[in-house]
Ligand binder design. Structure first.
Ligand code: ZN
Length: 477
């Protein structure tokens, strides 16, 4: 009896559920279509540069057994080449009613940067300083991130780390060795070659030193060697340093203590500085340098006063004890046309020098030197240099060529090179005749270096006189 009543109640409940839930659902579904989109998600996360797939739509009449694919329109677009959030609206119109579904698309970068270490072996200073390692970091979205890489030393390993703008991080860890192989670097203050006059003062300017692992080591530089300014000669100073790992470096400075020039000294290795083609705008500066060292030189002059009058410079050179030699009045190679054209030109410059100084110069240098061949283009085949070499001597002149060319006639315009060109050719002979041109500033600037070197190495600078041993070239025309 009791169980009958329970069955009745259950049946009643089932009828009630059927009437109140199932019947309305079925009836409602029949008349009200439901818009569904296949594979639809409210939020879609899309990787940078991956393509966006549109979901397809269908409409169902209340139950899944009665669905039809329909054309679904879509509003909004996704640019997967730009990170960000995009809204897409799916739409379907049925019986003048618009059904919509909203979707949020997130374009994100989830790819971490690529980090490449180029160094095969990593080393670091025993004190923990790290050298600049070689590496590159690139990111699919941010591009080159090499300068964003952080480097850290930890338990004998170097940690490289880089994060892209979306927070994706790449770590690399590489074993490293504590090793200091780098030598300290020493830089001299002042020149590496210094000239000091006898009994003058040598001022020690010192040097600075730095080391990759130890940093500034300037105050640990040791200087060995002495300079005795009371003895002319060459002195070597050595600046040396040892870093905390035992790496050694040293540099040297050469100090020359030189005697002032004594051009009246009776014998010895002699240098005759000769200057052709002047005077010019740099000649006075040259005279100042010569005066400073008590050096007397020889000026083979031309009539360069066509635009500016340099008569006073010739006079000054003469009065200061230099030899005024004769080069050419016009310095045109057409003087080599014949004997008359040559001597007309020579006498013109001789007269000019005499007018300015009162001195009749008979010391000459042929334009182009006695070995020149350019004269053969003017002399009609008469071998004029062979004739002139004899003729000038017969008329009481002496001609001088040179045995050291400074190279200032076109090969170089570098002052240091000119100094080197000259000093490197100085040896133990007794007569060195140097060719320079005082109309070239870079050559005039080289004179002080040549003098300092010469004085420090036992040479005497002399002016050419009629008694000076001649230096003659081989005559080619
Ligand atoms: Zn010349």
């Amino acid at each position: 009896m009791r169980s009958m009543e329970v069955h009745k109640k259950i049946l009643f409940a089932l009828v009630l559920v059927f009437v109140l839930v199932v019947v309305p659902l079925v009836c409602f579904g029949l008349f009200y279509p439901k818009f569904r989109v296949e594979n639809f998600q409210d939020t879609v996360t899309l990787n940078y540069k991956n393509s966006y797939q549109m979901a397809s739509g269908n409409v169902c009449y209340g139950n899944v057994f009665d669905c039809h694919d329909v054309a679904v329109s879509q509003e909004g677009s996704v640019d997967t080449s730009k990170l960000g959030e995009y809204k897409i609206t799916y739409q379907y119109t049925f019986q003048n009613k618009v059904y919509t579904k909203e979707q949020t698309v997130m374009v994100v970068d989830q790819e971490a940067p690529t980090l490449v270490i180029n160094d095969e072996k990593l080393i670091y200073c025993p004190n923990g300083n790290m050298p600049a390692y070689s590496y590159t970091a690139t990111d699919n979205y941010d591009g080159d991130l090499t300068d964003k890489v952080t480097v850290q030393l930890e338990d004998g390993q170097v940690l490289f780390s880089v994060v892209d703008s979306s927070g994706n991080r790449t770590f690399l860890r590489k074993d490293a060795t504590a090793l200091d192989e780098s030598k300290p670097e020493i830089v001299l203050n002042g020149d590496s070659v210094v000239y000091v006059p006898l009994n003058g003062t040598y001022e020690e300017l010192g040097a600075s030193a730095s080391d990759f692992c130890d940093g500034d080591l300037t105050n640990q530089i040791e200087i060995t060697g002495d300079v005795d300014v009371t003895q002319a000669g060459e002195y070597q100073l050595t600046y040396s340093i040892i870093d905390s790992s035992g790496n050694e470096s040293s540099v040297q400075r050469t100090v020359y203590v030189y005697r002032n020039n004594d051009y009246t000294a009776p014998s010895g290795k002699s240098i005759y500085l000769t200057f052709d083609d002047g005077p010019g705008p740099y000649t006075e500066k040259l005279l100042d340098v010569l005066k400073k060292y008590n050096v007397k030189a020889t000026f083979f002059v031309t009539d360069q006063g066509l635009t500016k009058n340099y008569d006073s410079v010739i006079l000054r050179a003469y009065q200061e004890g230099h030899t005024i030699g004769l080069h050419s009045n016009s310095h045109s190679y057409s003087i080599y046309t014949n004997m008359k054209t040559y001597f007309d030109d020579l006498y013109a410059i001789q007269a000019k020098v005499k007018r300015i100084t009162g001195y009749t110069s008979t010391i000459i240098r042929f334009p182009g030197g006695s070995s020149n061949t350019i004269s053969s283009g003017y002399d009609g085949g008469s071998r004029i240099m062979s004739q002139l070499a004899l003729a000038v001597e017969a008329k009481g002149f002496r001609y001088f060529d040179w045995n050291i060319s400074s190279g200032d006639a076109g090969e170089t315009t570098d002052t240091n090179q000119i100094v080197k060109n000259v000093t490197s050719k100085l040896g133990s002979s007794s007569t060195y005749m140097v060719l320079q041109h005082d109309i070239k500033s870079y050559s005039v600037d080289a004179v002080e270096g040549i003098i300092q070197y010469g004085l420090a190495n036992g040479y005497v600078f002399r002016p050419i006189t009629m008694d000076t041993p001649t230096v003659h070239h081989h005559i080619n025309n």
